[in-house]
Ligand binder design. Structure first.
Ligand code: OSB
Ligand code: MG
Length: 370
């Protein structure tokens, strides 16, 4: 395919409710949407779901904009490529880091390729299921009563697994009350790197709550400390922020730093790299699930396709559009079925339409390269 032009949209959308984690509170979603058009007019969509500030990773919406506009897009426009894999032999390889920025382009190329071949993205990637398991990630609340009310509402909506954000001071006592109210629900926690090995006694106390896993308890660069912690606690450790590439997966596996991986395609550079990690984990017998970053409906389409892969063994952080936004920028919106699953679209590409008029309205910045 020959790339005719690339459009970048910096969009800002209000979240239906603030999302608080150990790294801060998000009230809005600032994200970059990528549109790639090939010579015959077919279009692929992608998303770089960065945060506004460098809290989850060092990338921000501004750094992603810079990398996409000044380095990656100019190199791709006018070029003839086989498919997304070629990105990683050229400019995708030469630009170091900036995985979340690169992911927007990688995704748009996959959507485009799937559309040109008339296949759904799930089919093209080797998906094996037509519905995926939906869990929900619940932020830190003002008090435990508010948290319990939120959990009740989410269970009523049908979510089949609850993930709670924790941090020092919002952990053991909170979980005691949650487990008292809900002794049997599938439950897990996510610390976003808020603890150190010195907090080992608090983390050990979490073992009593029969959690599916604890996600990213320690510093993202510290696979060695995670390996130590794994020997001290019985709750399985799942890594999120630590896994930025397939190299991290190998190291974490050999060191015994985790039993489970939260695969966020954007954190590792998109679908091409996500697929490589999926395949490695499948061959190692290392279970994965698909995590999210409050994506719009566009990014969500890629999460759903990835969650249809065979190595996915746990419910995913893939919730309905309405959990994030009053109105999503796609049609149809992503909906939760009463059984706690979401359908994998069969239409070509990510299988949903982008509402371009709404996109224009929520865009605070726009640039065409080409
Ligand atoms: O750590 O998994 C995380 C959202 C933004 C950044 C990091 C994380 C999250 C979530 C929400 O937990 C997942 C989602 O519903 O998209
Ligand atoms: Mg996480």
């Amino acid at each position: 395919m020959k790339i005719r032009n690339i459009d970048l949209y910096l969009v800002r959308m209000e979240l239906v409710s603030p999302f608080e984690t150990s790294f801060g509170v998000e009230t809005h979603r600032e994200t970059v949407i990528v549109r790639i058009e090939e010579e015959n007019g077919e279009v692929g969509w992608g998303e770089s779901p960065i945060m506004e500030g460098p809290w989850y990773s060092y990338e921000t919406s501004q750094t992603a904009w810079h990398i996409l506009k000044d380095f990656i897009s100019p190199e791709l426009v006018g070029s003839e490529i086989e498919g997304p894999e070629e990105l990683w032999k050229g400019i995708g390889k030469r630009v170091r880091g900036h995985n979340i920025a690169k992911a927007g382009i990688d995704k748009a190329l996959w959507d485009l390729k799937a559309k040109l071949e008339g296949k759904s993205l799930s089919k093209m990637l080797g998906g094996v299921r037509d519905r995926i398991l939906s869990g929900i990630s619940i932020g830190i609340k003002k008090n435990v009563d508010e948290l319990l009310r939120t959990i009740e509402k989410r269970l009523e909506e049908g979510y089949m697994r609850i993930k709670l954000k924790i941090k020092p001071g919002w952990d053991v006592e909170v979980l005691k009350r949650v487990r008292k109210e809900y002794p049997d629900i599938p439950l897990q926690v996510d610390a976003n790197a808020a603890y150190t090995l010195d907090d080992y006694l608090s983390l050990k106390k979490l073992d009593q709550f029969d959690l599916l896993m604890i996600e990213q308890p320690l510093h993202e660069d510290d696979l060695a400390d995670h390996s130590q912690l794994a020997r001290k606690i019985s709750t399985p450790i799942c890594l999120d922020e630590s896994i930025k590439s397939i190299h991290d997966v190998k190291a974490a596996y050999l060191l015994g730093s985790c039993e489970i991986i939260n695969l966020k395609p954007s954190r590792v550079g998109g679908i091409t790299k996500g697929l490589e990690i999926h395949d490695l984990c499948l061959s190692l017998g290392l279970p994965i699930w698909i995590g999210g970053m409050l994506e719009t409906g566009i990014g969500r389409g890629f999460l759903v396709a990835m969650a249809s892969l065979p190595g996915v063994r746990f419910p995913n952080d893939i919730s309905a559009s309405s959990r994030y936004f009053k109105e999503d920028i796609v049609e149809p919106e992503w909906r939760l079925k009463p059984d706690g699953t979401m359908s994998v679209p069969r239409d070509p590409g990510i299988g949903i339409e982008v509402k371009e008029d709404m996109l224009e309205k929520v865009a605070v910045r726009r640039e065409r390269v080409g």
